[in-house]
Design a protein around this ligand. Structure first.
Ligand code: AMP
Length: 540
């Protein structure tokens, strides 16, 4: 079946041809006709499957007739991170190039007044991260009662990041008579509950994760001492004549150190993480995509969903704390059927982390001898290294919530402020992931299932707080807004010095604390350069 059989307009078909697509992907085949019929969709699909076009293409045709009213967008797409939101906006520009639709991007780290001006003019498609969207609604500059099509993308990631209460709030402000498209890579119980609540008689579409990740990514594991990692990396970069690569680090301080070290040794390198102003993040990513920078050293802010055409190499400078992050990180290469190589650096003490990753992908990662160094053996009995990770994990003590797994507290950017990481897997839990060796697909299903009871507790706590907040009334709204802004700033980047498995994402409930020091509030993004709030106007 071809795109022409799916019911899309000639304009959309021309844009698809211009994009170089010949055949619809499975999710496009199944979703596009259903969305065009006006039906709700529950899609189990992750990035890399062609999911974005599966909803943007029919939306463009649905919205082609009619016009937007001031402050009342006609459609809304919720994305968990700024980068994913920006990527969806790019898709509208590509697929909507022969039609006149106004698309606005509402993300944190960009001046609100510029975004307000856009909304005032009326937009057909609003693409937003939850925190910033709520800010605009609370400011009275945005109404959602004109929404005809609502897309909730990457719902499981929203759950991970503690955004579900915000999502519920947003959805409650949209008309009951709307079309809803709901996508999630995994379907833990909390996500199923939301899908039941938001969708009406949806068409369920399940597509397997892109097999290309496993098949076209040549994976390798180097076991070396921590202090030798940088030298070994340079040796591989030279030896394999690596032109472009993303290098993932677990800790932000390592990102800076490694970037400087690479530059010192003559490499073209830049860093990307959640502490950077949105304008620098966008600019750095653009420069990397345009090949103006060869090596991008980054946190998990770039791990999921980012689409960098033809990226040949990914390095994991550290084994991810959460095994499923491995799949997302290596998935940046070997995309769209191209061959890619993913090289992971482990220290002997990372034995259990490696076992968990190998459990998830269902096979051992082939070992690579470190050029110029002697390969070390993994120690499967060792605890996690102490360096910057709070030492060996395994206890549950100290957490006020009592029944949550291990937590790691550390100083945030604000100095005294201590923040809680995403619950870390305890040493007792690690073998559970490792035991899931039979899992046929490179997706974190066993881990998600294991983590679900833990993460599912967060939304309840948040909901309770939300209800309290509503009860408190207007007196406290400003304070709430400050908190929301902090969260929005962090919706795709934490402000910590370290990145553990959570990557750049810290659930909002961690910020339920007394007022933030004034100097932190100054950094709520309002002062940033404006780059992300421009309209992406797809005009003929
Ligand atoms: P997504 O899953 O939406 O992030 O898309 C992953 C990648 O696949 C993007 O680079 C898209 O441009 C590309 N893509 C989407 N649909 C098709 C298609 N039908 N044929 C070829 N590439 C596609």
């Amino acid at each position: 079946m071809s795109f022409a059989d799916l019911g899309l307009s000639d304009e959309c078909l021309r844009a698809v041809t211009d994009a170089g697509y010949h055949t619809p992907t499975p999710i496009q085949l199944q979703a596009i006709p259903v969305v065009l019929q006006g039906r709700d969709v529950l899609g189990s699909a992750q990035t890399g499957t062609g999911k974005t076009a599966s909803f943007t293409l029919p939306m463009i045709d649905i919205l082609a007739s009619g016009s937007a009213k001031a402050r009342m967008p006609r459609s809304l797409i919720l994305e968990p991170t700024r980068e994913l939101a920006a990527q969806v906006a790019e898709n509208f520009a590509i697929y909507g190039k022969y039609q006149k639709l106004t698309v606005a991007l509402l993300i944190g780290g960009v001046r609100m007044d510029e975004q307000t001006k856009l909304i005032d003019r009326g937009v057909d498609v609003l693409i937003a991260t939850p925190g910033r969207l709520i800010d605009h609604i609370q400011n009275g500059g945005l109404m959602l009662n004109g929404i005809k099509v609502l897309v909730i993308d990457e719902a499981d990631r929203m759950l991970d990041m503690g955004f579900i209460p915000d999502v519920e709030k947003i959805v409650s402000m949209t008309p009951a008579l709307r079309q809803t498209l709901f996508f999630s890579a995994t379907m833990p119980p909390e996500i199923k509950r939301l899908a039941d609540a938001f969708l009406h008689n949806p068409k369920e579409i399940i597509v397997s994760p892109p097999a290309s990740v496993a098949e076209t990514v040549d994976q390798a594991l180097v076991v070396i001492d921590e202090m030798d990692k940088r030298q070994v990396l340079r040796n591989i970069l030279h030896g394999e004549q690596v032109k472009n690569a993303i290098i993932f680090c677990n800790r932000k301080k390592d990102i800076g150190v490694l970037t400087q070290s690479l530059k010192k040794h003559g490499f073209s390198a830049a860093e990307l993480h959640g502490d950077m102003a949105q304008s620098s993040r966008t600019e750095t990513l653009e420069r990397f995509k345009n090949r103006e920078i060869d090596l991008l050293v980054c946190s998990d802010v770039a791990a999921r969903g980012l689409d960098i055409a033809g990226l040949p190499y990914v390095f994991l400078f550290d084994v991810p704390i959460h095994a499923e992050d491995y799949v997302h990180r290596i998935g940046r290469t070997g995309r769209a059927g191209m061959v890619g190589r993913a090289i992971t650096f482990a220290t002997p003490e990372d034995g259990k982390l490696v076992a968990a990753v190998e459990g998830i992908i269902g096979k051992a990662i082939p070992r690579l001898d470190p050029p110029g160094f002697e390969a070390k053996e993994l120690d499967l009995t060792a605890g996690r290294r102490g360096k910057g990770r709070g030492g060996r994990t395994g206890g549950r003590g100290g957490d006020k919530s009592g029944d949550r797994p291990e937590r790691s507290e550390r100083k945030g950017r604000g100095g005294e402020r201590k923040r809680r990481e995403r619950p870390e897997r305890t040493e007792e839990q690690a073998p559970i992931a490792a035991a899931a060796v039979e899992a046929p697909e490179p997706v974190a299903v066993p881990v998600e299932a294991e983590a679900a009871p833990v993460v599912a507790r967060q939304p309840r706590e948040q909901r309770a707080r939300d209800e309290n907040r509503d009860r408190r009334g207007g007196r406290d709204r400003d304070r709430d807004r400050d908190r929301n802004r902090r969260r929005d700033r962090d919706d795709d980047g934490d402000s910590s010095n370290e990145v553990l498995g959570l990557g750049d994402h810290v659930p909002a409930f961690l910020f339920a604390m007394p007022k933030l020091p004034a100097r932190l509030k100054e950094h709520d993004g309002e002062d940033d350069d404006t780059t992300g709030g421009r309209p992406v106007t797809a005009a003929a």
